[in-house]
Design a protein around this ligand. Structure first.
Ligand code: PMT
Length: 423
């Protein structure tokens, strides 16, 4: 089957179909909100921007209008344009026409993100004040709210700000931590606007149903490296992307996630416990130690099946006769843990180059797994290094679900769905 034309040019966006209201307040970081608006749109969101009066002293509304293609809202008493709420909250009521902007925006929003949020804005939110469009909108909305504070000097650590942040968090608002670094005042401290990745992670997390809350998920990812000598090793082409996508999805659904990963170039996943390892034996030790305190184990790692029978202490010189390389099998981590499970769900992957379902079923039975995710790593857009994957899910009850090509992020959610519906 030719699947080449099914490979998307860009991975599926995480916010497709979502309407996000981006609130911008008066902070020197207001210009960074323009880039964030772009990023949210790249992820598939419709972005509606609300600016406070002080925000407009830092950036002009025109910037956001040009970027989002929608009018920017600045005034509580501005008349509704008829566009507000269009394509609104996926699960909410239909948008209402001819209402005050704060009500129309509140009805239409799947999520409100306030970025940057000044100390003044944080205080108003904590006290339920409603003296402008943005704060009134937050009071009127029923959707999740994400606050991204950015402030100068010692403001973030001021007891009043700490108390306000505590209040918001207790109320279920997601308040990100600012980053440490040089501030506009010239001081160095905590108050910088965070990178876009953690903001996006917080937004995806706030939008997800928390159906894994209270569950501990152990995920493996990436390749392992089996050293021949201090400078050479045996490995494979795993990038870690599949395991990273699983970690993000599980975290967003409320799980406590531990990610044990071989060497990759990916940045650690925010709010996930990251355990870097190199060899299959190191991965085995980490996973074995953590398994008893785990509810679900998902092994997406491409663990080496073989390791050199002996590792040279020094670099093997060029002239040495090494036409024969003695190898020995590594320990099968998944099989070992499945055999000593005490109520844990155990999920494996099968990387195949043909006869996909039969071979994967063989591994499911041989390793006594609950679920196996079979991928043909020779298919375009699937397997190693890609942002997409095409997999067949097989479970111990004999169910077999051949999924279409999709982003690894989407597949991660499908795998978690399958875990929840295991018989
Ligand atoms: O990392 P990416 O670039 O995103 O690529 C994703 C992937 C192709 C690596 C992933 O989708 C995948 O298929 N992972 C499993 C790779 C693999 O090792 O498959 P396998 O069929 O050889 O092993 C079967 C299962 O046993 C796997 O869950 C593996 O983690 C586990 N195993 C294998 C060997 C071993 N010594 N111990 C193990 O636990």
């Amino acid at each position: 089957m030719n699947t080449t034309n099914r490979v998307p040019l860009v991975p599926a966006a995480r916010l497709t179909g979502k309407t996000i209201v981006l609130g911008v307040t008066g902070s020197i970081a207001a210009y960074k909100a323009a880039s964030l608006a772009r990023r949210l749109m790249t992820e598939g969101a419709t972005v509606r921007v609300v600016m406070t009066h002080t925000a407009q002293r830092f950036v002009a509304p025109l910037t956001f209008e040009a970027l989002t293609g929608h009018p920017v809202f600045t005034d509580l008493f501005e008349s509704e344009t008829g566009e507000v709420g269009v394509g609104g909250a996926s699960a909410g009521p239909p948008p209402t026409k001819n209402v005050m902007p704060h009500l129309a925006l509140a009805d239409g929003a799947d999520l409100i993100v306030i970025a940057p949020a000044s100390a003044h804005c944080v205080a108003k939110l904590a006290h339920g004040l409603a003296d402008d469009l943005l704060t009134t909108l937050v009071l009127a909305a029923e959707c999740p709210v994400v606050v991204v504070p950015a402030m100068d000097g010692g403001m973030w650590t001021h007891p009043a700000v700490r108390a306000n942040v505590r209040t918001l968090r207790q109320r279920g608002v997601t308040v990100l931590e600012p980053e440490v670094g040089p501030l506009a005042s010239g001081r160095v401290g905590k108050g910088r606007f965070p990178e876009e990745d953690p903001i996006l992670a917080a937004i995806c997390g706030a939008l997800c149903t928390k159906d894994f809350r209270g569950r501990r998920i152990l995920i493996t990812a990436g390749p392992t490296q089996e050293p021949l000598d201090p400078v050479r090793f045996l490995s494979n082409r795993s990038s870690g992307k599949m395991g990273w996508a699983l970690s993000e999805a599980a975290r967003d659904r409320g799980a406590d996630v531990v990610l044990v990963a071989g060497p990759t170039s990916l940045a650690p996943v925010p709010n996930v416990t990251y355990v870097p390892v190199v060899t299959s034996e190191e991965m085995r030790k980490e996973v074995v130690t953590r398994f008893p305190g785990t509810d679900v184990l998902i092994m997406a790692a491409a663990v080496a099946d073989f390791q050199p029978a002996r590792q040279a202490r020094g670099k093997v010189p060029k002239g040495r006769d090494v036409r024969m390389l003695a190898l020995e099998p590594t320990k099968d981590i998944l099989k070992e843990l499945a055999s000593r499970r005490a109520g844990q769900v155990v999920v494996g992957f099968a990387a195949e180059t043909g006869d996909l379902v039969a071979r994967a079923r063989g591994k499911l039975l041989d390793k006594a797994l609950d679920l196996i995710v079979a991928n043909d790593v020779t298919e375009p857009g699937a397997g190693f290094g890609t942002d997409t994957n095409r997999a067949t899910l097989l479970d111990r009850a004999g169910r077999c679900d051949a999924l279409p090509l999709m982003s690894k992020h989407e597949l991660a959610h499908r795998i978690l769905d399958a875990v929840l519906t295991l018989p």
